[in-house]
Ligand binder design. Structure first.
Ligand code: F6P
Length: 560
């Protein structure tokens, strides 16, 4: 693996520093002086229309950012990723989530480390589709012969956030009378509430865990198994024998994992397990067998359409020159804001209730990928890295935190995502409600870009101190992502867009965006503290003073 290029030592970085020093954002002036700005800076990305024109960039800045991409070898890193180079250096793994969405019959076949990756991917996709079709048709039944009405995905992180986000986004496609639920938290409330109204006879659990070692997931899987046995026994559906219990598990539990041996050890029949590979990172895995709940609830065809959407963006990023390459440009803009404006966060604001979980999904994708202080060769990073991603669907956010984006002291670049056609076209007294919703999307990006001057405020009759309070500085950068409708393909395109934005930023900063060692320490300590919280004196004694005091508070207030 080549040593990372230090971005701060490139000629492009010096150029950007000089440009920033004399930079005076003026979206009003730039739009007035250049009637083509919106058209020039709006680019197609498969079915998406991406308007970058309300960003704080001039042609000079864009040119320098593109030179930064060249000097840091962005194109070469993409080529390396697509061809299966072990870019995940700390785990010595290829990074091949893009292989999960290559169409069947792609030529030449992708062979990595001696494995025909295409054949492996298509094999799992076929068996997953066949299984989903069986559950949907009622050919697969519970232990008492009833059709499945609910699938409960038990997983966390990448084994949860992708499936739940996509399910919420594409629920209008759920047409087989099967609902999906998602249990992730080890807080027992999660499993208790999500199963409280379910019938064990018609419930299918999917235990989704790449490693099949994750404490939360395995604990919840055991709780679910107990719930199943207890419910079936109480209903007189099974007797209290090991054979009956094993039989119940084989009808009501399937698994998705890269560790099929561990699946068998849990008691799930390996015939009912769907695999994937270590070259798929957890947060990049919704398009692997981890999407089984989606293939069941939404249908295998919808799942394949989602994959086709991902692939369209993969092809764009792989083949489009940098200056028209939307994920690369958006990644470069993020670097511009983080490293030259000190932006610490980035808002993602979907104007679609169906994308309510999209910001949470992106938090893992972006922050687990680029929240790093060392580069891929182990040396310290040379500049700030991953920003905080956050957001809520419009218009809810407008009535909560937009105040700070409009008039606060921090620069918060924001991506607005909207769809021309709604899933539910309702009218209110003749008014198309979705059109009204979209008017808000357009109004917000306009207000953020162009603001409102004191003169304009005064012209409305406002005087005194209120003038300053009602003035908007503008020049708050936004990107508008517009698409005809939230279809499976479009959703796949959106997810892949953010995957590649993340990779572009990681590459420029010299980061391995595919490991996540920062989550390990907490996991280790939780295992050490677990006996202490149960009262083990030696374990308590081994803690620091603050933890000891918190344990004492727990012991004093524990009811049972
Ligand atoms: O702890 C973080 C993490 O490793 C994520 O990267 C991953 O998506 C999640 O845990 C769940 O892991 P698994 O799928 O192996 O249960």
């Amino acid at each position: 693996m080549n040593a990372p290029v230090d971005p701060t030592r490139t000629a492009a970085w010096s150029e950007l520093t000089t440009l920033r020093d004399s930079f005076s954002p003026d979206l009003r002036g730039w739009f007035a002086a250049d009637p083509d700005r919106a058209e020039r800076l709006s680019l197609p990305l498969a079915d998406l229309h991406v308007d970058l024109s309300k960003n704080l960039v001039t042609d000079d800045v864009l040119a320098a950012l593109l030179r930064l991409a060249e000097e840091t070898g962005v194109a070469g890193r993409y080529q390396a990723m697509f061809s299966g180079v072990h870019l995940n250096t700390t785990e010595d793994r290829a990074v091949l989530h893009t292989a999960l969405r290559r169409p069947a019959g792609s030529s030449p076949a992708l062979v990595v480390d001696g494995q025909d990756v295409d054949a492996d991917v298509q094999g799992v996709l076929d068996s997953l589709s066949a299984f989903a079709a069986r559950v949907r048709s009622g050919d697969w039944r519970g232990v008492t012969g009833k059709k499945v009405t609910h699938v409960v995905n038990i997983g966390i992180g990448g084994s949860d956030l992708g499936p739940v986000m996509v399910y919420e986004a594409l629920k209008p496609y759920a047409d087989a009378g099967i609902q999906a639920r998602f249990v992730s938290n080890i807080d027992p409330t999660d499993l208790a509430q999500k199963t409280s109204d379910l019938d064990p006879e018609t419930t299918l659990f999917i235990v989704a865990s790449k490693t099949f070692t994750t404490l939360e997931t395995l604990t919840n899987a055991r709780l679910a198994r107990d719930w199943l046995w207890a419910g079936l026994t109480a209903a007189g559906a099974i007797d209290d024998t090991d054979d009956a219990r094993t039989d119940a598990v084989s009808h009501h539990f399937v698994a998705v994992s890269t560790a099929l041996d561990k699946v068998a050890a849990f008691g799930i029949n390996p015939v009912n397990a769907f695999g994937f590979w270590d070259w798929v990172g957890g947060r990049y895995s919704v398009d692997s067998a981890i999407g089984l709940s989606l293939a069941i609830a939404l249908g295998p065809d919808v799942f394949r359409d989602l994959l086709a959407g991902f692939h369209a963006v993969d092809e764009h990023v792989r083949t489009t020159p940098l200056e028209k390459n939307v994920p690369v440009l958006m990644g470069l803009l993020n670097v511009w804001y983080v490293n030259f404006f000190g932006a610490q966060s980035h808002a993602v604001l979907p104007y679609a209730q169906q994308l309510s979980r999209f910001p949470a999904y992106l938090q893992q994708l972006t922050m687990e990928s680029n929240g790093k202080s060392v580069r891929w060769d182990g040396s310290p990073v040379t500049t700030d890295t991953g920003e905080v991603f956050w957001g809520e669907p419009g218009t809810n956010g407008q009535h909560a935190f937009y105040q700070l984006i409009h008039q606060g002291t921090r620069l918060i670049p924001a991506d607005f995502i909207a769809f021309v056609n709604p899933a539910y076209p309702l009218t209110d007294g003749g008014q198309d409600v979705h059109a009204l919703f979209l008017a808000n999307f357009l109004a917000q990006t306009k207000a953020l870009a162009f603001g409102k001057t004191a003169e304009e405020v005064e012209a409305e009759g406002t005087t005194g101190a209120l003038v300053a309070a009602r003035t908007f500085a503008g020049n708050r950068p936004t990107t508008s992502i517009f698409a005809p409708a939230l279809t499976p393909q479009v959703l796949g395109q959106l997810i892949a867009l953010y995957e590649h934005i993340t990779f572009t930023q990681g590459t420029i900063w010299g980061i391995n965006s595919f490991d996540q060692w920062g989550v390990e320490l907490g996991k280790q300590l939780a295992m050490q503290i677990a006996p202490a919280i149960e009262g083990d004196a030696a374990a308590i004694e081994a803690q620091d003073a603050s933890t000891k005091a918190l344990l004492a508070y727990y012991a004093a207030n524990r009811k049972q």
